[in-house]
Write a protein that binds this ligand. Structure first.
Ligand code: SAM
Length: 278
């Protein structure tokens, strides 16, 4: 992973500390705490911990964010080898998947994508699995560490190694990254910012809640869209909740409705021009 020289001042400081579940992994966990500049707790059982609401550590071989306390939900991690993404890779509908259609993937057209809000890398992985090269930007050092860990694990598995070889992670704030220089950076810039929810109910998924605790709301997405439109070659795609207003009140050229959300597409040039070039 490429490490930043950019600040992350737009984020709220997360209440999280690094732990290790057993003494054998102490030295690597301590190194992680020092790299991320987070408090170091040593060997801790998250179920009995009360000081921090979230802990970061390797659980069952995966770097994870672990909510603390009795009855807390399970760990959250990025994973490209097992679980939902593995299922989707094998049985997921290929190029017909909404995210693939939104970035314009077709036979002979494999856009190079900049995923400027990488999160746990699921959308990026789906696109890479279908043949796109994807550069991922993630500004939260903690989320980027989860993603980096998942990429490293996947690189050791022969079935997914060729896919993650098409994925590059850069830990940076996309606004600052895109504001540097003026060259076009990708065929498609993909944005999936956190949508500000006022709803604090349990209906908000566990992972969403945890994300919000870690990275807050993405209040700067209008600025990100503006920069993306300046630096994309063919289109900018914005993933939105189904009923959310368009980002920055900009009317997209096209809208694709997906099951879990909507894709607003801002066309700059026809992707047909890419045909056969990759
Ligand atoms: C909703 S999540 C993205 C989920 C992702 N599409 C996936 O499939 O896993 C949004 C992520 O974008 C990141 N983000 C928001 N604004 C950003 C920016 N300006 N630069 C880099 N990352 C950003 C947040 O830290 C968060 O991890």
């Amino acid at each position: 992973m490429s490490m930043p020289d950019v600040s992350t001042e737009s984020q709220t400081a997360p209440a999280i500390a690094v732990f290790c579940p057993e003494p054998e992994s102490e030295s690597s966990a301590r190194a992680l705490a020092s790299r991320l500049n987070l408090p170091w707790l040593g060997v801790v059982d998250p179920r009995h911990h009360t000081q921090y609401p979230l802990l970061l550590g390797v659980v069952q071989g995966r770097l994870s964010v672990v909510p603390t306390g009795k009855g807390a939900p399970g760990p959250v991690f990025a994973d490209f080898v097992e679980g939902a993404l593995a299922y989707r890779r094998l049985h997921g509908g290929g190029r017909g998947q909404p995210v693939a259609r939104a970035v314009g993937l077709k036979p002979g057209i494999y856009p190079k994508v900049l995923d400027a809000t990488a999160g746990l890398g699921r959308d990026a992985f789906v696109l890479a699995a279908l043949g796109c090269e994807v550069v991922m930007l993630e500004r939260s050092p903690i989320i980027a560490a989860l993603l980096d860990d998942a990429l490293a694990r996947a690189a050791l598995e022969s079935e997914v190694a060729p896919i993650v070889a098409r994925m590059t992670l850069i830990q940076a704030d996309a606004r600052q990254w895109l504001a540097q220089g003026s060259d076009l950076v990708a065929d498609v810039v993909y944005l999936d910012p956190m949508f500000p929810h006022r709803d604090k109910s349990s209906l908000v998924k566990k992972e969403m809640r945890l994300f919000r605790e870690l990275v807050g709301e993405d209040q700067d997405s209008s600025e990100l869209l503006e920069l993306a439109l300046q630096r994309a070659r063919y289109r900018v795609v914005v993933k939105r909740p189904r009923l959310a207003p368009h980002l920055d009140s900009r009317t997209p050229t096209l809208v694709h409705e997906g099951k879990s959300g909507r894709f607003d597409i801002y066309t700059l040039k026809s992707l047909e021009l890419l045909k056969g070039s990759n």
